[in-house]
Design a protein around this ligand. Structure first.
Ligand SMILES: Cc1cc2nc3c(=O)[nH]c(=O)nc-3n(C[C@H](O)[C@H](O)[C@H](O)COP(=O)(O)O)c2cc1C
Length: 332
């Protein structure tokens, strides 16, 4: 199952593991890359030394290609410097203008990709010289850039930036979704939520349990978790905290219950307040279910804990079967 983008990136399969905050560490990215897809290491918040260490740890675990990811809405200069030193095959950017970074990474041989949420943003990214764009539909987990669902967004972006390769994201949690986005003209699927319950993801067990239990209708898109990143909407599992906020009429910041309360601690002891935009990693202790349990609508298709390689194998098998069914329908 090789698209032109697979050849460009040296992949066996058109699957890219999304940057999924602290849940995507070296173990997950390496397992995905070793399985023939593309792993992504997220670095936002790791600083220069932390980024260097994590990239080195990834390189110890795989000889294959990988991506490194930062969110441009944060101050990530140190992370970008560490990335420039490490020369990753693919630089994955989100939530900002890629223009100031394209030349720097092209000069060292890295390809550059931006996740976008609209046709307009995709066109601006193409003009800025990125090598590919990710069209992220509104179903996606984590922070959500636009308002249009994948089925409508992906073909619109494909048409708008052709011949630039487009990768589809949002709601793709099995091989039927992969086959669907390839049919829409995408050259790969970027998959986040499906990997949250993978054995290699750095997600807290209480977070995994919620992901495994949730159905497609159990996620909420809102700006509730604004601590550290005000105004950025995201999609999470509807926990008791989220349901209580909805029941209270979705009060604005400043009027929400328990604001400023410390509800958990990171492994270095630093406090995590209610409504803070963090990812519930294994090492966090406290009221995990009140943290933002980021997940997309494809969460309903995540049914058991699996290794990342098994997930990729299963998705590829399902996509092949879906495409064979399509070929049968057309008699080809
Ligand atoms: C837990 C979580 C954390 C995320 N953190 C990031 C991030 O650090 N950088 C980024 O570019 N995207 C981030 N995203 C968005 C993903 O890159 C991707 O667009 C999304 O997961 C795709 O939709 P899906 O979850 O339906 O597969 C995150 C998503 C999740 C679920």
């Amino acid at each position: 199952m090789q698209t032109a983008l697979c050849k460009t990136l040296g992949l066996d399969y058109p699957i890219i593991q999304a940057g999924i905050g602290g849940a995507a560490g070296p173990e997950l990215a390496a397992a995905v890359s070793n399985a023939g897809a593309l792993g992504t290491l997220t670095l936002t918040g790791d600083g220069r030394e932390g980024s260097r260490r994590r990239i080195a740890a990834l390189r110890d675990l795989t000889d294959r290609r990988f991506a490194t990811n930062v969110i441009l809405a944060y101050d990530v200069e140190a992370e970008l410097d560490a990335m420039a030193e490490a020369k990753p095959p693919l630089v994955s950017l989100f939530w900002g203008d890629p223009a100031p970074h394209v030349e720097r990474f092209h000069a060292i041989g890295s390809k550059v990709m931006l996740t976008v949420g609209s046709v307009e943003e995709a066109k601006r990214a193409a003009d800025a010289g990125v090598d590919m764009v990710v069209a992220q539909g509104w179903e996606a987990g984590g922070h959500v850039r636009g308002r249009v669902a994948s089925l409508a967004l992906v073909p619109a972006v494909v048409d708008a930036v052709a011949p630039l390769p487009v990768i589809a994201a949002g709601g793709i949690s099995d091989g039927r979704g992969l086959a669907a986005v390839l049919a829409l003209g995408a050259q790969a699927a970027l998959v986040g939520t499906r990997f949250l319950a993978s054995r290699e993801a750095n997600t807290h067990r209480a977070y995994r349990a919620k992901v495994l239990a949730a159905t497609a209708a159990d996620t909420v898109y809102s700006k509730l978790f604004d601590g550290g990143w005000p105004g950025a909407p995201g999609r999470v599992v509807r926990t008791d905290l989220v349901a209580a906020w909805e029941a209270a009429g979705q009060p604005e910041p400043g009027r929400r219950q328990g604001e400023g309360q410390v509800i958990a601690r990171d492994d270095d002891g630093s406090p995590i307040e209610r409504y803070q935009a963090v990812t519930a990693r294994r090492e966090i202790e406290g009221d995990i279910e009140s943290l933002p349990l980021w997940a997309g609508q494809g969460v309903g298709l995540v049914k058991r804990e699996q290794g990342a390689a098994e997930i990729i194998e299963e998705m590829v098998g399902e996509a092949r079967a879906a495409m064979a069914r399509g070929a049968e329908l057309t008699g080809s």
